[in-house]
Design a protein around this ligand. Structure first.
Ligand code: DX5
Ligand code: ZN
Length: 222
């Protein structure tokens, strides 16, 4: 499965998010990652559907919206209407993952599930057939710029083998502390989508950073 790079605009200049989306698109991104935080599920607050809508016309790439919020079902309609292509909900925020996934699919978007570092991959085995991505958080969600948690490498391996057995179309995505050093580790463990904020928008040239990250991940697979 090919490597995909998903720049997280969380690390971009919030005064120029439209431009950041364009730059990531022109720089060779495969999807644009939006980190939605509600100040409750995670101790930080970002943006809602109006921001996604405001930058929708800046790129034709899929918009990958990571919902770090309580009661995600309250907002899925508005995010899809705003132009989100994929919605990722957190297992920890959903008493009924299956129902919320069906609601997302019913709106015409793809559905993915994210797992915090302590949440076992087994939590999603029985909803995997409907998932587009399984997101293994490689930091505790809430902030950019944190260090990759090394214990997550084994978890990525577990996720990848479960996905291969249950739904080989589903991709394993990693998010948090992904850079030139950790992308190859995650790639070898089975990740194929690499979300990166600081490593891309914190670099002097976004296109170079995307290319280098892709090369690092691909290089680990040969
Ligand atoms: C963390 C977010 C990430 C974050 C990654 O809660 O889900 O997407 O932007 O940032 P870096 O790449 O800086 O760790
Ligand atoms: Zn994210």
């Amino acid at each position: 499965m090919s490597v995909q790079i998903a720049p997280s605009i969380l690390a971009a200049d919030f005064g120029r998010l439209g431009e950041a989306v364009e730059i990531a698109d022109r720089g060779g991104a495969d999807l644009i990652h939006f980190d939605v935080m509600d100040g409750k599920f995670v101790p930080n607050l970002t943006f809602g559907p109006p921001l996604v809508k405001a930058v929708r016309n800046r790129s034709r790439l899929p918009f990958d919206v990571h919902l770090m919020i309580e009661r995600p079902w309250d907002l899925i309609h508005d995010f899809v209407a705003a132009g989100a292509n994929n919605l990722t909900i957190h297992a920890e925020a959903c008493p009924d993952i299956h129902r919320t996934v069906q609601q997302i699919l019913g709106l015409g978007a793809t559905a993915s599930v994210a797992l915090n570092p302590h949440t076992p991959v087994e939590m999603v085995r029985h909803v995997l057939p409907d998932l587009f991505h399984l997101l293994i958080m490689t930091v505790s969600p809430g902030f950019g710029g944190q260090a990759y948690i090394e214990a997550m490498t084994e978890k990525i391996e577990e996720a990848a083998s479960m996905v291969a057995a249950v739904n080989p179309q589903c991709r394993v995505q990693v998010d948090g502390g992904i850079d030139l050093a950790t992308a190859p580790i995650a790639a070898r463990a089975g990740a194929t989508i690499f979300v990166a904020g600081s490593a891309i928008f914190g670099s002097p040239n976004v296109a170079d950073a995307i290319r280098d990250l892709r090369k690092a991940a691909e290089g680990a697979l040969v």
